[in-house]
Ligand binder design. Structure first.
Ligand SMILES: NC(=O)c1ccc[n+]([C@@H]2O[C@H](COP(=O)([O-])OP(=O)(O)OC[C@H]3O[C@@H](n4cnc5c(N)ncnc54)[C@H](O)[C@@H]3O)[C@@H](O)[C@H]2O)c1
Length: 374
């Protein structure tokens, strides 16, 4: 990416504009406003009144439709918190307006639009970053450090279990979470696939079996409670993932289980590691070496982080002229993996991948999200 080697001409906190004033915008605004190196200067939404309400809640200076962000000269980094079907289009508009863009996951719905977005950014000398950034949390960074130090010997396999009843009980607009671009694979898969990408790399081929428990779901909270909507994508996947580095992972992603349970476990030649839930920034890392009676919790390196860490690292990288960690190319490889899993489910055979990307560097152990560094 052209801009990666060029430090920004500006100095001081990076101006952030949010597009998409829904549920998750609250957390992003709270966190990006709490970091010294980012400042939220505008918010826009398809429904300007939603943006204005959020702006009022947090005292943001500018709010309105999408142009309130895209035409704002103080916005350097657009944080795209729209629903998945709009991710590529809104991110493309941000690049066309000369802004760097941080996308919520998934990067886009298909390989073509994902690739086109990265190419447009590259041609314009702009950056694309993408969620999830939980792999930058203390738990997953500690896990990677331990694995690379040989704590469980040579890593061999991973076990992923992400099951629960699905988000329609608590999300006020949950239909998109059961439709194209979401379902448990595209909504939650990015957390696990990105976490695993820090240990095993890159994905070479996948196989999967999809299923769906119910054709419709009912909204359980908010003003639309009781409304029924269609489930248009599989609500469970069982998948096998084979990595070029030699390891393999067995995964379940399910919105069809009454039992909520998550597991990310890596087994090596000399032990097993329990990795914290990659859909959070918290949780213990525990190791059981061959011969141990039980797992022992390991002390974590560096400060606790929170949602927005990836955008903060990107903002600092823009100022410093270095690569950011949660890169668009990483998100593209994860997207490519999820699409291959869906294709394998349809075709009943292994699907090979050819995308790849460099593993991002670990965060320094003294990384401090609150510090003023730019
Ligand atoms: N809700 C969560 O807990 C959560 C957690 C992590 C990630 N995410 C991701 O964040 C994104 C947003 O999720 P949410 O829960 O906040 O959704 P939401 O439905 O609550 O909000 C989305 C907002 O985007 C706006 N929007 C949609 N299309 C638009 C467009 N073309 N231009 C401008 N605005 C547009 C909508 O009007 C809405 O206000 C999704 O990609 C989701 O996967 C959500």
């Amino acid at each position: 990416m052209t801009s990666v080697s060029e430090a920004s001409q500006r100095s001081g906190p990076v101006g952030v504009g949010i597009i998409g004033a829904g549920v998750i915008s609250k957390t992003y605004i709270e966190n990006l406003s709490s970091f010294a190196d980012t400042t939220v200067v505008a918010i826009g939404d398809l429904f300007p009144e939603s943006a204005k309400a959020r702006a009022e809640e947090f005292g943001l200076p500018t709010a309105g439709d999408v142009s309130a962000v895209l035409d704002n000269p103080d916005v350097e980094l657009v944080v795209n918190l729209t629903i998945p079907v709009a991710h590529a289009e809104v991110a493309g508009q941000a690049i066309a307006a000369g802004k760097h863009v941080w996308n919520e996951k998934p990067l886009s719905l298909d390989r073509e639009s994902g690739r086109a977005l990265l190419e447009a950014a590259d041609a314009a000398g702009l950056r694309v970053g993408c969620a999830p950034d939980t792999f930058l949390g203390a738990g997953l960074q500690t896990s990677r450090r331990l694995l690379e130090a040989g704590e469980i010997g040579t890593p061999l396999t991973a076990l992923v279990l992400m099951q629960g009843p699905g988000p329609e009980s608590w999300h006020p607009n949950p239909a998109f979470l059961f439709q194209e671009g979401a379902g448990p694979l595209f909504d939650i898969g990015p957390y696990y696939l990105t976490a695993l990408s820090q240990f095993f790399w890159p994905v070479r081929s996948v196989a999967a079996i999809p299923s769906k428990a119910r054709e419709t779901r009912t909204i359980g909270s908010g003003p639309k409670a009781g409304e029924v909507f269609d489930v248009t994508v599989p609500s469970q996947y069982a998948a096998l993932v084979q990595y070029e580095s030699g390891q393999s992972a067995t995964m379940i992603y399910s919105f069809d289980s009454a039992q909520k349970r998550t597991l990310l476990e890596v087994t090596g030649t000399e032990g097993t590691m329990l990795v914290p839930d990659p859909n959070t920034f918290e949780g213990d890392v525990a190791v059981r070496r061959t011969g141990d009676d039980d797992f022992s919790v390991v002390a974590q390196t560096h400060e606790l982080s929170s949602r927005g860490t990836g955008a903060l690292d990107m903002a600092r990288a823009i100022r410093e002229g270095r690569p950011h960690r949660a890169q668009g190319a990483l998100a593209f490889h994860v997207l490519d993996t999820m699409i291959a899993i869906a294709e394998s489910g349809e075709q009943g055979q292994f699907v090979a991948l050819d995308s790849t990307v460099e593993k991002p560097k670990l965060l320094p152990e003294d990384w401090d999200p609150k510090a003023a560094t730019v």
